[in-house]
Design a protein. Sequence first.
Length: 225
Amino acid sequence: MTVVVQTSAPDAAVLVPLAPGRRVAGWQRTVKQILDPVIGLLGSAVTLLIAPVIALLLKCEDRGPVFHRREFVDCDGQVGYYLKFRTMVVNADEVLRNSPVLKHQFDQKYKLERDPRVLRVGRVLRKYSLDEFPQFFSLLAGRLAFVGPRVISREEMQRYGDLLPKLLSVKPGMTGYWQVSGRQRTSYADRVQMDMFYIDHWSVGLDLLIMAKTVWKVLRADGAY
């Protein structure tokens, strides 16, 4: 059976050959349990290699810290943190709080398309998703999956309503269905539905499809800002 999900993003329709509601074979879960730490190890090694260069570029621009600690809600409902390369000015949260216009825009999608807080180096890091590489440390530690539902903060929990328990039943991922189906061009409601679609139709085949599309979109710098 072929399932089609269509969202408001122009390229968000994806054909996935799956049988909705079927039970996932145990071997598929085993494959995911093996793939995640292997990818985490390789990604962590690459992160360590590129970190000195990124650190030098950041220090040259504003001398702030290299890493930014991001909050996320774990699959057990607890608040955890993962690292990203810093892409914004040091007082980014304060700038957002002091600007009602920016705060209103941010509350719509939890993203700003033309964010004045982003550094010049940060724009390059975001364009090619290099800022995401420190998340491989959390993947290696088993806190994140490589493919999974979106990582959300405590503020975003209320946006899922009755669907929150279902979201938290699965480990959040570094990449996922949303990231390859329109990314920031989608509405928040679309993101919620994409997370639910992924949870309902998960399989190793779907993960591999998302991985391939993630690499393609990163290389094209598609949908990132």
